[in-house]
Design a protein around this ligand. Structure first.
Ligand code: ATP
Ligand code: LTN
Length: 325
């Protein structure tokens, strides 16, 4: 049997090149080798306030983005989280296994709740429990994510181990897959911060749906460090970030990138980087138009059915072991 992958992204804000390089690009690469489940996690989205019409639209847009990125519905299972009720059911069980202390220590709870515990939704606190349910329902081997999800993966493993210890072997313990390069793409405006959908300063992110002009302007305005060499250098995070984007989109090695820009200035480098990003985005944006509504509906329906058949088995086993059914 092939090993399994599970991953997902939230249908909120606009997907950016950090989401692509840190996660989606690897999902596509791994789908040939693994049995893959790629989920649009709309129930995670409502841990923060969302406009209903926008959420509905973004859920479908994100499915199109997965397909345009190269996820092949013939190879991978693509589905919407809320279409498979087992995710919410297992969340309740795992909520009873998790501890308040460990959830309150999650850095994302503090960040996304802006430190305001009194006004944060309890859903935001439960966010990583729902994520653990997503993963554990499918007896997942590998979870390809960006660096920011590492702590949630550790919690998932802890919950699975605790459940297995208390009720008997039930869940496979999943491993994170965090790429060496690209797992933490930084904001173009502040290389101390990660590129983020929720950043108010849109100049910091290259969105997958940005047009050529916007991309070029954002790259031209990107902050750089002191010094002039175009080299990977931890002490110069801004240039290292831009070079990482170039490297991952062209498939060149670090050395090849540095040689390519040897003796060239920032102006030249930024022009070429902008061209590279635009060339990548153009066919991507074209592919988004390939699936009409009916085609998309049928992919998501088939995906949910496949997902439900596996998730149902795991949940039945969990209930049996707990004396619930
Ligand atoms: P953001 O953090 O941008 O506000 P989010 O928390 O809503 O987004 P998702 O869209 O659900 O995140 O994330 C999808 C995937 O993209 C996750 O695997 C996440 O780790 C990855 N990711 C998010 N930001 C970056 C980044 N700056 N660099 C690399 N990977 C990232
Ligand atoms: N929290 C993740 C999205 C997510 C996820 C998952 C990723 C929800 N469930 C299961 C991997 C596996 C994020 O990227 N913000």
């Amino acid at each position: 049997m092939r090993k399994r992958i599970f991953s997902g992204a939230q249908p909120t804000g606009q997907l950016h090149i950090g989401n692509y390089l840190g996660a989606l690009k690897n999902w596509v690469a791994l789908q040939d080798e693994y049995e893959s489940f790629y989920c649009i996690v709309n129930l995670h989205a409502i841990t923060l306030p969302q406009d209903p019409a926008t959420l509905r639209q973004k859920t479908r847009d994100l499915a199109r983005i997965y397909l345009a990125a190269g996820i092949d519905p013939e190879k991978s299972t693509v589905f919407v989280q809320s279409d498979v009720a087992e995710h919410t059911e297992l969340t309740w069980v795992l909520a009873c296994v998790s501890r308040l202390g460990e959830l309150e220590r999650m850095t994302q709870f503090k960040d996304k709740g802006k430190g305001n515990r009194e006004r944060s939704s309890s859903g935001l606190l439960m966010y990583p429990v729902l994520m653990a349910a997503d993963i554990l329902l499918y007896q997942t081997d590998l979870v390809p994510v960006g660096q920011d999800q590492k702590q949630h993966l550790e919690l998932t493993r802890d919950l699975a181990e605790r459940f297995n210890r208390d009720f008997g072997e039930t869940f496979k313990i999943p491993e994170p897959f965090i790429p060496k390069a690209g797992a933490n793409i930084k904001s173009l405006q502040d290389p101390a911060k990660k590129m983020s959908k929720s950043d108010e300063n849109v100049a910091g992110s290259i969105f997958l749906l940005d047009d050529a002009d916007t991309v070029t302007k954002k790259i031209k305005r990107a902050v750089t460090d002191s010094g002039t060499d175009i080299e990977f250098d931890e002490t110069r995070p801004a240039i290292t970030n831009l070079l990482t984007i170039f490297q991952l989109l062209t498939g060149k090695s670090n050395d090849e990138c540095e040689q390519h820009f040897e003796g060239k200035g920032y102006g030249h480098f930024k022009t070429e980087l902008a061209e590279t990003v635009v060339e990548f985005l153009k066919p991507f944006q074209e592919r988004m138009k390939e699936y009409d509504d009916a085609a998309l509906d049928s992919i998501l329906k088939a995906g949910a059915e496949k997902a439900r058949s596996i998730a149902g088995e795991t949940l039945a086993d969990v209930y049996r072991k707990m004396g619930i059914a």
